[in-house]
Design a protein around this ligand. Structure first.
Ligand SMILES: Cc1ncc(COP(=O)(O)O)c(C=O)c1O
Length: 366
């Protein structure tokens, strides 16, 4: 049996008529410049996130860049984040001309360790970007407390955590703003690129709206130097179809994660932990083992898809060399890099498939 890490084809088969109808509707209207689907999705997403505003942009990476720009963060400023993230988080800070400052993760949830924030703050620090990695919310109470004490902005990188919750509130509504990605592999996705910024701050929302579209205030008039980073109408139409099933999909992911927990119990691996007062969105099901690479080879032999995010954490990447990030002391990040492995998890995974994966993992450990 082959079990892919994710199965976009299975999802498409289930949604094909609705997706084709939505795309046809968008093309039929030919209102492709911030059209009715983008506007409707912005409203629907703001409601789901319990945020005042949602602003559709070209990608999750652009959402980070635009959020930072809208806060006037740039050269001379420092932004604190983690090395345990997709490189886009760090890239965005560098792209606006600011300096990334990396702190370590706490090992249970792989999220920013708030205990380490105080020593990373300098007079140049302007913002913190916690990352809700793999779908697990960062400790927003502690992070917001430190941020408030030092007058820092908080941008929640929620690219992997659509509708995860912290103390009952959707993530993306807990800092000054949240950013989301609709990249094809995410819990909520299109079939190209797309992203969203959520915020309660009217001024920030207005500036982000200008920045995403060349600073246009009206036809032929530009108030700001901005970007060409509008969410496109076809992606918005597709995302709206999938949004109707996001709660179901997240619930199914939680059920499958519970099933893995049960089937893998007793093995010498660490299964994902869930912090109290949080609802995990299980973008990925991440286990830890000191035999990671041998287990990966065993899974490959048995045609089971897997990933090892983040085998080479951002601060070790050649791209980050000019920014001095290697000097950061990140022992938990470096330990995790050698141990993590993601098993197949998506709403269309069958019982037969999950049992086969678990049995193959059990076989490996004898
Ligand atoms: C944690 C994190 N931040 C930011 C991004 C960037 O999103 P995008 O690929 O839509 O630019 C991603 C995903 O790819 C991500 O996983």
């Amino acid at each position: 049996m082959q079990v892919p890490l994710m199965d976009l084809k299975a999802e498409y088969e289930a949604l094909r008529p609705e997706i084709l109808e939505a795309m046809d509707g968008a093309l039929d209207s030919m209102q492709l410049f911030l059209g009715p689907n983008v506007q409707a999705l912005e409203q629907e997403w703001a409601e789901r996130c319990q945020a005042e505003h949602a602003i559709g942009v070209g990608s999750g990476t652009d959402a980070l860049v635009i959020a930072l720009k809208a806060m006037d963060i740039g050269p001379g400023d420092e932004v604190i984040t983690v090395g345990w993230t997709f490189i886009a988080t760090i890239e965005a800070i560098v792209l606006v001309g600011a300096q990334p400052v990396l702190v370590d993760i706490e090992p249970d949830y792989f999220c920013l360790d708030p205990e380490l924030l105080a020593e990373a703050i300098t007079p140049r620090t302007r913002a913190i970007i916690p990352v809700h990695i793999y779908g697990h919310p960062a400790d927003m109470d502690a992070i917001n407390q430190v941020a408030a004490a030092h007058d820092l902005k908080v941008i929640e990188d929620s690219a992997q955590a659509h509708l995860a919750r912290h103390r009952g509130r959707p993530i993306g509504s807990l800092g000054q703003c949240g950013i989301f990605s609709f990249y094809m592999s995410k819990n909520l996705a299109g079939y190209g690129e797309g992203g969203m910024i959520t915020t309660d701050d009217d001024e920030l929302a207005e500036k982000a709206r200008l920045l995403r579209s060349h600073g246009y205030t009206s036809k032929y008039e530009h108030a700001l130097i901005g970007y060409n980073s509008r969410l496109d109408e076809l992606q918005a139409a597709i995302v709206r179809v999938k949004l109707k099933r996001l709660q179901w999909g997240n619930q199914r992911r939680r059920e499958l994660a519970a099933k893995y927990d049960e089937l893998l119990a007793g093995l010498p691996i660490t299964r994902p932990a869930v912090a109290p007062h949080t609802t995990h969105a299980y973008h990925l099901y991440t286990i830890r083992t000191s035999q990671r690479d041998d287990l990966a080879a065993h899974l490959e032999e048995h045609e089971i898809g897997f990933a090892t995010h983040y085998r080479y954490p951002a601060h070790t990447q050649p791209a980050c060399r000019p920014y001095g990030l290697r000097e950061a002391k990140l022992p938990e990040t470096e330990k995790a890099a050698g141990e993590v492995l993601q098993l197949p998890l998506h709403p269309y995974l069958s019982d037969e498939q999950i049992e086969y994966v678990a049995q193959t993992v059990r076989e490996f450990f004898g």
